[in-house]
Design a protein around this ligand. Sequence first.
Ligand code: PLP
Length: 411
Amino acid sequence: MKDRPLRCWAEIDGSALRHNLSVVRSRIPQETKLVAVVKANAYGHGLVPVAKELVEGGADVLGVSNVEEAAELRAGGVAATPILLLSACLPGEFPQVIECRAWPTISTYEEAKRLNAAAQKSGRRATAHFKIDTGMGRLGLWGAEAIKELKRSEKLPAVGIEAVCTHFSSADEDPERTEEQWRELMRWRPHFADKPLHVANSATLWRKTVYACSFVRVGLALYGLPPMPFLRRLLRPVMSWKTRITLLRHLSAGRTVSYGATYLLRKAQRLATLAVGYGDGYFRALSNRAQVLVHGNRCRVRGRVTMDQTVVDVSSAAGCKVGDEVVLLGAQGDLVIHAEELARIAGTIGYEIVTAVGMRVPRIYREFLSLPQGSRISAKPNLRRTGSRQPRLSTSEGLPDRSRNARSPHA
Ligand SMILES: *Cc1c(COP(=O)(O)O)cnc(C)c1O
């Protein structure tokens, strides 16, 4: 069991994560608090280990989508760091919000009242951040209506509105629209002049430092995905995604590959079958178009990606054999496949490529100061056969020789 090879896995590089964290830090004023966004399983990288590493590296607050993710962080041992909830809470969730000491993002007096009721019931005081819509059109009310709700919410005895925030719709593509949204927020600023503000996501940090405010909410850049193409060279990808060759065959001209027989061999080829498919998050839209790295060569996907298996042309990868490692995302030798490349082919964005890496794909943590070397944590802990709810750590080799000297300067 212990020596069983991995079929398809993701390696998560702690040193790249800390590098990106320090790049982000260098973009913001020292007193600005960094909300490290770890929603959706830390964009597919693994919620608890990534959150802990970011906290060790100096993140001030963790940003998640909802109270379930907040509870997972608390259960996973993130005890003291504040947690900001970025999505709206359901009415029934407020008791758990209090329980987790999370900060909900609220848009209305209605939500504030529910939070207040839950806080009073548990004898605690709650903190909330208040969102105003300036053009994102997802959370928050506009202008005067928002101010009215904010003022009423501020009178509630068990709720403290600690910050006001908004979200940009087009930070990565439209500086003018972003500037307009900022001006709209500033128009109403006199009504909450005493409150800390936050508006910025990753892309915004490279637009204008004034957007940094009291907090910034940064996800993408921490994972080494560039919000704008020119940032590619500044950031290091944190996730590498790998699989293995399960079978090698020579097929002759005239044969076809995979469902729908969409690929017809014009000449004989050496084809490798890989242990990855859309069931692992390798999108079917990559069929016949994406490339993978085998023995330092770019090799093309042939035919349709199926649920569990994908076929590639390894005619150019002379020495490859069954069991060899294949890179779907990440570097091999001098070659690298970035999430942006797969995103372009699949007609999506890098966020979706990494976030979609499936539950079946174990994450292997390398160079995490907060974990033993090579720690392996199943992607979705509650799917483990043990039925355990907690991420269980199994260390195969090399025990914690953790030199803490290498910590980020911002620790
Ligand atoms: C996800 C999210 C962020 C982080 O955005 P990135 O582009 O990944 O930096 C910031 N703010 C809100 C409200 C979010 O939902």
